[in-house]
Design a protein. Structure first.
Length: 493
């Protein structure tokens, strides 16, 4: 069943408006939560540790993050006038904020969290105010740009899956940092590969394929419990119900330097959210115009503005859930909205949140390999629609992917640059988006038309093509025009 909408008086059915029934909607909603749960709790745990919070205070940050993510997800998917893209997007705590927040905490150990929350209030308000400008850039995101960004989203998430599997290389024992003896241990990798295999095999079962990730996580967790590699101790000690309280660590404090730094971070999250909105629109097969992008960004910024009031951090659309949409083919925004409702309830019940946290990292990582790989494959599918003959589109893709992967393969590559630059380009997604948009403007907007001599990248032979260079540059002798002839024909047209 799908909801029929109108566009200029013409009835049409949007794939994201499909309603699947209560049972399936809840099942797919749980699947979305499991796919992003590790990511949404990681930031409050990292920040809480850096701020010197005790276990109960860290649990408060985690519950607050779940609560705010649930509200943001419901706003993004169900929407109210001017707020919400009505797309299957999960809003979660952004990793882009972590390094800047840790720097602020280090500079003011006593009042660091109060400065962070106060500065985030101002930064998110600035982001909300400039949303109309960001919405206008939609015309600068053709398939050559969106395909590059989607590919980088998937590839840049692979280290996240790997870290879930291996665990951290070092751990803290009695206040000292020591080597983690379980880092990349064979049992962890074996559990991850078992989960990966379970997801793949379940995908082959027709009636179970759309729930393959959820069932794979369940199977992997059960095996982990049997092997003693999952800990349920936190469930029994958590409280059943707790309402979030605004500013329990004290009123917000405002510092110019922190506000400027976090405003840059907010701009980065806006770029990432724009990319995710366009990516999920491409995957779902629905129209995403500038108004829809603006509504999605307003929901994102409204959630980010609410977050510091309730002890959480800026929100952004989660790329791993974009991958889940691509993998399962479940495009319904109502399924994601159900996941948002579950997140909200988990935020009100620390005990329920702890139950979901039982899923061990290697199990999440095994499923993540499939999810994140699917995102990259979706980007490649989008790039397949791009014309690469007689133009510089191949150069655009090459540069965007290269800049997007630099932070992945060399995490300290930009460390000598100014902090504002590091914040932007340390995010592979924002770096790829900026490079792709700028080069597309240069080659296809400001200087449109096919060049007489394309770049060396575009003029090179297709790898593995019979005939090598001559197959690209010459006619095949059977009436097929050469690249030069095809270019001349396009120019004449």
């Amino acid at each position: 069943m799908a909801i029929t909408t109108t566009d200029g008086g013409t009835p049409r059915t949007r794939p994201e408006d499909e309603y699947l029934g209560v049972g399936k909607t809840l099942g797919y909603g749980v699947q979305h939560i499991l796919a992003m749960f590790g990511g949404v709790i990681a930031v409050p745990l990292i920040v809480g540790g850096a701020a010197g919070l005790d276990t109960a205070q860290k649990a408060l940050l985690v519950a607050s993050g779940l609560f705010v993510s649930g509200l943001g997800t419901m706003l993004q998917t169900l929407a109210v006038p001017f707020f919400g893209s009505r797309l299957p997007l999960v809003q979660g705590t952004s990793f882009a904020t972590v390094s800047t927040i840790l720097t602020i905490l280090a500079g003011d150990p006593d009042n660091g969290l109060r400065v962070v929350f106060g500065s985030l209030l101002v930064a998110a308000a600035i982001g909300l105010a400039i949303t109309p400008f960001f919405a206008r850039v939609i015309r600068f995101f053709p398939p050559v740009v969106t395909g590059s960004i989607i590919t980088v989203i998937g590839l840049s998430l692979m280290p996240v899956a790997a870290r879930w599997i291996t665990g951290p290389p070092t751990i803290t024992v009695d206040g000292r940092e020591v080597t983690n003896p379980d880092f990349a241990a064979l049992p962890s990798i074996g559990l991850a590969m078992f989960t990966f295999l379970a997801v793949v095999l379940l995908s082959k079962v027709r009636v179970l394929s759309r729930l393959s990730v959820l069932l794979g996580l369940v199977v992997g967790t059960v095996v982990a419990l049997i092997l003693g590699r999952a800990d349920v101790g936190a469930v029994g000690t958590a409280s059943v119900f707790s309402l979030p309280h605004p500013f329990p660590f004290g009123g917000p404090m405002f510092e110019i330097g922190a506000i400027v730094s976090l405003t840059v971070v907010i701009l980065v999250t806006m770029v990432e959210t724009t990319a995710d909105i366009l990516a999920v629109g491409e995957i779902v097969g629905t129209k995403v115009d500038s108004r829809r992008v603006a509504d999605g960004l307003r929901a994102d910024m409204a959630t980010s503005l609410l977050a510091p009031m309730f002890n959480s951090f800026p929100a952004t659309a989660f790329a791993q859930n974009v991958g889940l949409v691509a993998l399962t083919g479940v495009k319904s925004r109502f399924a994601v909205a159900a996941g948002g409702a579950i997140l909200l309830l988990l935020g009100l019940s620390p005990m329920a949140a702890a139950a979901f946290s039982v899923i061990p990292g290697p199990v999440l990582g095994g499923a993540g390999i499939v999810l994140f790989g699917t995102v990259a494959a979706s980007g490649i599918r989008t790039l397949a629609k791009v014309d690469f003959q007689g133009n510089n589109n191949l150069l655009i893709v090459a540069a965007a992917i290269a800049f997007g992967l630099i932070p992945v393969v060399a995490t300290d590559f930009w460390h000598a640059f100014p902090s504002w630059f590091v914040v932007i380009f340390h995010s592979g997604i924002s770096a790829a988006a900026i490079v792709a948009v700028v080069l597309n403007l240069l080659f296809n907007v400001l200087l449109p038309g096919a060049p007489e001599q394309p770049s060396i990248v575009a003029a090179g032979p297709t790898v593995g093509a019979p005939g090598g260079e001559h197959a690209v540059q010459e006619s095949d002798g059977a009436g097929t025009p050469s690249v030069t002839e095809a270019r001349s024909a396009r120019n004449s047209a």
